[in-house]
Design a protein around this ligand. Structure first.
Ligand code: NI
Length: 228
């Protein structure tokens, strides 16, 4: 499932984050690539151990953990500290699949299996040409270019690429996470059940017996499928 999560940050918050990020220090993006993707990538990234990256990364994680739609859809176990990239002057990222395992390069013990990938857009679409995130799905490819502050969540198993930026600058945060529910279809089923239960609750009230029973089914499925 590919999901757009609107307004993770307000426009004012995006402006404040951009002011911090734009000061750099930006470096060659191949510093963070896995073996397969190193040949296909041309962009700039903030080194993950830089003060700016660490500071803004923590704000992104905080905003995501406070976002009900994100939590319901991702069921996050661990979010690997988000990174930041910048595309301009023809920069692009060729077709690839994200690495299955992410391990901290900064000496920490953090290691995750990447179940979900996400891109948080920090430039407005009209400020650059190109730079679409193309995600290959079973039923074809989707071109994603969202307003600043919005995030797209997609399975890490998807082939994807970023088309060349031919005008302006595209700044974004990108990240990987391990979910409590490993299987994409199971996770999507839980998300749809969650939304349907909330719909019944809004019509009949949270104490309606159907709502209580559906909530029970949700938790009993989560208990079967979860890995903690
Ligand atoms: Ni990728």
């Amino acid at each position: 499932m590919l999901l757009q999560i609107p307004e993770v940050f307000s426009k004012a918050e995006v402006a404040a984050l951009r002011a911090r990020l734009d000061a750099g220090p930006w470096a060659d993006g191949n510093a963070t690539s896995g073996h397969q993707s190193a040949t296909a990538k041309k962009n700039l990234q903030l080194p993950e151990d830089s003060d700016v990256a660490k500071e803004v990364s923590a704000l992104v994680v905080q905003a995501l953990n406070a976002n009900p739609m994100f939590v319901a859809a991702a069921l996050p176990h661990t979010i690997f500290p988000p990174l930041f990239n910048r595309y301009e002057d023809g920069d692009q990222f060729g077709l690839h699949v994200d690495n299955a395992i992410r391990q901290s390069r900064t000496g920490g013990a953090l290691r995750i299996r990447s179940d979900l990938s996400a891109t948080l857009f920090l430039s407005e679409p009209e400020d650059y040409d190109g730079g679409e995130l193309i995600i290959e799905e079973m039923y074809g490819s989707q071109a994603i270019k969202l307003p600043a502050g919005d995030l797209v969540l997609y399975p890490s198993k998807s082939l994807h690429r970023v088309t060349p930026v031919t005008r302006g600058t595209r700044v974004s945060s990108f990240m990987w996470m391990q979910s409590l529910v490993r299987d994409d279809a199971d996770r999507e089923t839980l998300f749809r059940l969650d939304i349907a239960t909330q719909r019944v609750a809004s019509e009949k009230g949270p104490k309606d017996q159907a709502v209580i029973e559906l909530t029970g089914v949700y938790h009993n499925l989560l208990r079967r499928w979860t890995e903690v």
